[in-house]
Design a protein around this ligand. Structure first.
Ligand SMILES: Cc1cc2nc3c(=O)[nH]c(=O)nc-3n(C[C@H](O)[C@H](O)[C@H](O)COP(=O)(O)O)c2cc1C
Length: 194
């Protein structure tokens, strides 16, 4: 992530670890491959996420190149395919709904979100960008990954890599890339119970 298009701390962010502002869902990825050691570290961060009863319901399936990567690329909706196929790694995150003893994991999606965010924050610390995508072909993901709807919720695709040149993007995406997203005011999402 370079300084030019990172978010600047503003009022209300005092004391906040800068990694939360550095992390951005960029679309201009450099094709430079990630090392296996970097990849392992990212998934290791996800592995240490908290989960209900330590159920760890997340599963990541990834590919970097070759026919496997082509298979995963084809699971993205066209709008996401237009930029995410340039990222050196594409992962899909699915959430197990329960275990073989019949226990239902009620918070499987919440827990898997924690794993994704752990990965994203670890990546930001390493200067690696991540971009989650809900725009995926859900039916095709179940089929391609050989997963049953009874056992798994398909969550997101995740593009991972280093920041590249925004000039590689189509005009509309390049313009969006230049403007980091903002957030609702804290008071809109947090209230102290009276
Ligand atoms: C569950 C989820 C699904 C998302 N789906 C898409 C998507 O399909 N395509 C896309 O370009 N961005 C997608 N995003 C990225 C969001 O638009 C982005 O996180 C949000 O605008 C905030 O921007 P930031 O991540 O740069 O802070 C998704 C993010 C999440 C967490």
């Amino acid at each position: 992530m370079n300084a030019a298009n990172s978010r600047t701390p503003s009022t209300g962010t005092k004391g906040l670890d800068e990694v939360f502002l550095q992390r951005r869902s960029i679309r201009a990825f450099s094709p430079e491959p990630l090392t296996q050691s970097e990849i392992d570290t990212l998934f290791e961060a996800a592995r240490w996420a908290p989960s209900s009863n330590n159920s760890q319901p997340w599963k990541f399936v990834y590919a970097t190149d070759g026919p496997q990567r082509g298979r995963l690329n084809s699971l993205l909706r066209p709008g996401n395919q237009s930029w995410a196929t340039a990222a050196p790694l594409l992962a899909f995150l699915v959430a197990r709904k329960g275990n073989s003893e019949g226990r239902v994991f009620r918070t499987n999606q919440f827990d898997s979100g924690a794993a994704w965010m752990s990965l994203a924050i670890q990546a930001a610390r390493m200067g690696i960008a991540t971009h989650a995508m809900g725009g995926i072909e859900i039916d095709d993901v179940y089929e391609e990954l050989g997963l049953s709807r009874d056992e798994y919720d398909v969550m997101v695709g995740i593009a991972i890599g280093r920041q590249g040149d925004p000039a590689s993007l189509a005009d509309d995406l390049r313009e969006r890339e230049a403007v980091p997203s903002d957030r609702m005011p804290l008071n809109d999402v947090v209230s102290k119970l009276k």
